[in-house]
Design a protein around this ligand. Structure first.
Ligand code: BES
Ligand code: ZN
Ligand code: ZN
Length: 475
């Protein structure tokens, strides 16, 4: 779906308005003054008050006008929400062209309007026998000078939708090899170096944790790496590491019914970092970035790894398996140590649907953040507020590290009943080399939603993509 810049009055004109002491009020009173005055009279007649998210469709002469209420001192998320409501309602009218006025022409407002419309247009309809075609011409009534800015965000939004598609797609389709093929194809198209380690090479290199997690499946594991050097003069390099468990049965510690059904989403971290990386490449961000995806299926079979066993990680630390369902930290640990050794990143950001405990701690929508670098954490926190992909920091203290001590090995992959999101973070921390900046983002809750809401569609949200693109762009 294309969103153009234009000012021609189309089938419907969407006009944002607010409730003031004088009644319905408009942000730009001069533009379409006549239409606005008449709309106001008409809307008053129908007791429309321009309350937040209130909408009304009117006819002024021959022109259809759609009013949508915003607060006078709105924030960016208010804008996204109001425009997504307007857009969805207009889609249901079957109108074939619509022009959106914006509350003001400040870049972040315009971007929010754009993101809202673009992301609200997403629908995972691959498996529906009846697909609805989006046949609607959409224009934003803004200055042409925004075209470069919108071209940036149109790429980001398309990549958010790609992340959603990957998470929504069947686990039989998105297998580790498929993730590798997607990255290799992207690398070829953009002349980037990529490396894929297959199961044999994973074993040979001593990536025993990735091997252990992946060995029970008919879809063998991969370690996928791709490098983008957007700032070759700089010594700085950020590795984006995404958990790519294409299905998480729990393994021998099998998940019960009720906990399995959504587990095709367990590659949400991989989908996020791929889309962030793709956005950076396509918009030529001046940064050196490594994409790293340890991909495996945590399956249950006669060849599955088992609780109680001890494996030697790529780093050399031995790991006792307390629970085969705590597999994400295992594949991430090996991936982090491997790229640290082979590519020497100065910073690492890992993104993972890592723990159910993350949702117990912070609720179903927030992203849990842990890490060793205050500047990075502050930057990511600020991007979270701006993009409304909000993060909240959890601490890692010595008493948390104590919880993952093992009787027979150097470390254990579970920490007991309490603080599960933190003990998972503490486990990853043990594999981050000294001196490397590191942030861990647990998106277990944020990656999906149980119902469509505003510009989020049912199930995959793509959350984390806009967050990290904003962070990398501004830091
Ligand atoms: N993939 C899950 C975490 C998860 C749960 C993500 C629900 C999204 C929704 C992860 O691999 C897992 O199973 N974690 C266990 C860890 C436990 C065994 C220590 C958990 O959170 O229960
Ligand atoms: Zn698991
Ligand atoms: Zn998992």
């Amino acid at each position: 779906m294309k969103i153009k810049i234009g000012s021609k009055d189309l089938g419907i004109i969407v006009i944002p308005c607010f409730q003031s002491s004088r009644g319905i009020d408009f942000f730009d009173k001069e533009k379409r003054k006549d239409i606005k005055e008449k709309s106001k009279e008409e809307a008053n007649f129908y007791n429309f008050e321009a309350k937040k998210e209130e909408t009304i469709l009117l006819k002024v002469g021959n022109q259809k006008v759609f009013l949508v209420g915003l607060l006078e001192n709105y924030n960016l998320e208010d804008v996204r929400r109001a425009y997504s409501i307007a857009f969805r309602k207009i889609l249901s009218t079957k109108e074939n062209s619509v022009l959106f006025e914006v509350p003001n022409e400040v870049e972040e407002t315009v971007v929010s309007v754009y993101e809202s419309i673009s992301l609200s247009s997403y629908k995972f309809d691959k498996y529906l026998s009846k697909k609805e075609k989006l046949n609607i011409e959409i224009s934003l009534d803004i200055s042409k000078s925004f075209s470069k800015c919108l071209s940036f965000y149109s790429k980001v939004c398309e990549n958010v939708k790609i992340a959603r598609d990957l998470v929504n797609e069947n686990s039989d389709v998105v297998v580790p090899k498929k993730l590798a093929d997607i990255v290799v194809e992207f690398a070829k198209k953009n002349k980037l170096n990529s490396t894929v380690l297959d199961e044999k090479m994973i074993k040979k290199e001593g990536l025993n944790l990735i091997h252990a997690v992946g060995r029970g499946s008919l879809n063998p594991p991969r370690l996928i790496i791709c490098e983008y050097l957007g700032d070759p003069k700089s010594k700085e390099k950020t590795a984006l590491v995404g958990k790519g468990i294409t299905f998480d049965t729990g393994g021998v510690n099998l998940k019960p019914s009720g906990f399995l059904e959504d587990m095709k989403m367990d590659m949400g971290g991989a989908a996020t970092v791929y889309s962030v990386f793709k956005s950076c490449v396509e918009t030529n961000i001046k940064k050196n970035i490594l994409l790293v995806i340890p991909a495996a299926e945590n399956a249950l079979s006669g060849n599955s790894y088992k609780p109680g066993d001890i494996f030697t990680s790529y780093l050399g630390k031995t790991v006792e398996i307390g629970n085969t369902d705590a597999e994400g930290r295992l594949v991430l640990a090996d991936a982090i140590s491997y790229v640290s050794k082979k590519y020497s990143p100065t910073s690492i950001i890992d993104v993972a649907t890592l723990t159910g405990a993350c949702m117990v701690a912070l609720g179903p929508t927030l992203i849990a953040m842990m890490g060793n670098n205050e500047v990075m954490k502050k930057g990511i926190f600020d991007s979270g507020e701006k993009t409304y992909e909000r993060v909240w920091e959890l601490p890692i203290y010595e008493e948390h590290r104590d919880l993952i001590k093992s009787r027979f090995a150097d470390i254990k992959n579970i920490g007991g009943k309490f603080g599960g999101a933190i003990t998972a973070g503490a486990f990853l921390e043990a594999f981050v080399p000294n001196g490397v900046n590191w942030v861990h983002l647990d998106i277990a809750g944020a990656a999906t939603t149980s119902k469509e809401s505003y510009y989020l569609s049912d199930f995959a949200t793509g959350k984390g993509v806009r967050l990290l693109v904003d962070y990398l762009k501004n830091n």
